[in-house]
Design a protein around this ligand. Structure first.
Ligand SMILES: *Cc1c(COP(=O)(O)O)cnc(C)c1O
Length: 362
């Protein structure tokens, strides 16, 4: 048995995809976002599963991810969202990958036969062009512009007007395109949040959910129009107990003696640490599920091992496993909870799980 491993339910991923598709209806195509190895769920297996569910587009971050997906046999279109066209000018055509262009000066560098999507910086101040509408129109004329997209900075914050302002800015660009006789085949704005929170004006004819595919939605600030997606996590994270022992009151535990046993207790040493992606910040804060019960992390999380309190699960012994993320006998911890305890976000927890933890599909 490995020291630590992931169990991923591809059935759950398929159910989440169907849930999202049912919610947006047949006029909106979904482009599942499988960057960062599908948030560590495995880009190949997730994409193969969703291709069988009917997905005709996938989104990745960079050329390496796009090439790997194509080489794994995915036939659907693949949009590469955060790369420069001139990184590897021949790869777009060779691997049938579709670039997102962020800078009008990239357009002439692209093989004219390759369709591309143009990203508008509608107010996030990150990727995408913030050129004037006139210069955009001049640059895209007589090119294979296939899609116009943008991305929102504050899509879970309904006390802010930023999503609305960004959408309005995008709509201005679209209208100017229409006036100029240009109608890109795809318009896309929404990631998970605007789908979940019912911002239908942003759904257009293509949407880019990542988080919800993996079973997560954000918590809204303020009052959203709706909360539409009923999705569930597909990934469990397990670790083996390497050693159990009884320690006396006053025993220091781990680096820096950051925990000292207050009474005689039974502890378990797990074969998982921050090198596997368990946040160091969980030292003396987080818990795992041991024998269906919450078992607190004692002292510092080390590189390869972590100590837990086994008081609530005295039956567990070396070779048994515990759950870091997932469910045991009705007790659950998901990446959002772990993130709260670690002072980070669930996206970072998921992507941060090291490739040292092998994946099993269940
Ligand atoms: C990562 C990403 C997404 C997916 O966002 P989720 O919140 O995971 O749904 C969509 N669009 C862009 C541009 C992204 O970078």
């Amino acid at each position: 048995m490995p020291r630590t491993w992931l169990e991923v339910s591809l059935d759950r991923i398929a159910l989440n995809y169907r849930m999202i598709q049912r919610t947006v209806g047949p006029s909106v195509q979904l482009m599942p976002v499988v960057k960062a190895d599908a948030y560590r769920h495995g880009a190949t297996a997730v994409s193969q599963t969703l291709e069988r569910e009917g997905a005709q587009w996938f989104a990745v971050s960079n050329l390496e991810e796009g090439k790997a997906l194509r080489e794994s046999g995915i036939r659907a279109r693949i949009l590469v969202m955060a790369e420069r066209v001139d990184t590897d000018p021949g790869a777009w055509r060779e691997f049938r990958l579709t670039p997102v262009i962020h800078d009008l000066r990239e357009i002439p560098l692209l093989d004219p036969a390759t369709p591309y999507h143009l990203k508008i910086d509608s107010g996030m101040g990150r990727l995408g062009t913030n050129a004037t509408i006139d210069s955009i129109l001049a640059a895209v004329r007589n090119t294979r512009l296939e899609g116009l997209m943008t991305h929102f900075a504050s899509s879970a914050n309904f006390q802010s007007n930023q999503l609305h302002e960004q959408h309005e800015r995008f709509e201005q660009v679209r209208l100017a395109f229409e006036t100029a006789g240009l109608r890109p085949a795809y318009l896309h704005e929404a990631s998970t949040n605007p789908l979940h929170f019912g911002n239908q004006e942003t759904w257009r004819n293509l949407a880019r959910p990542g988080y919800a595919i993996y079973g997560f939605v954000s918590r809204a600030k303020g009052k959203p129009a709706g909360e539409l997606l009923d999705v569930a996590p597909a990934l469990s994270w397990k670790a083996s107990i390497l050693l159990t022992k009884e320690v006396a009151a006053g025993t220091p535990i781990g680096y820096g003696a950051q925990y000292v046993a207050v009474s005689a207790m039974r502890i378990g040493i797990l074969g998982v640490g921050y090198a596997d992606g368990l946040p160091h910040r969980l030292g003396n804060r987080g818990s795992v599920i041991a024998g269906g019960k919450m078992a607190p992390i004692l002292g510092a999380v080390s590189m390869d091992v972590t100590t837990i309190d086994l008081t609530a699960a005295p039956q567990l012994k070396a070779g048994d496993s515990v759950t870091l993320l997932g469910e045991e006998q009705g007790t659950a911890i998901d990446a959002r909870q772990m993130a709260r305890e670690a002072g980070t976000i669930a996206y970072s927890i998921l992507c941060g799980i090291s490739t040292r933890a092998p994946r099993i599909y269940v």
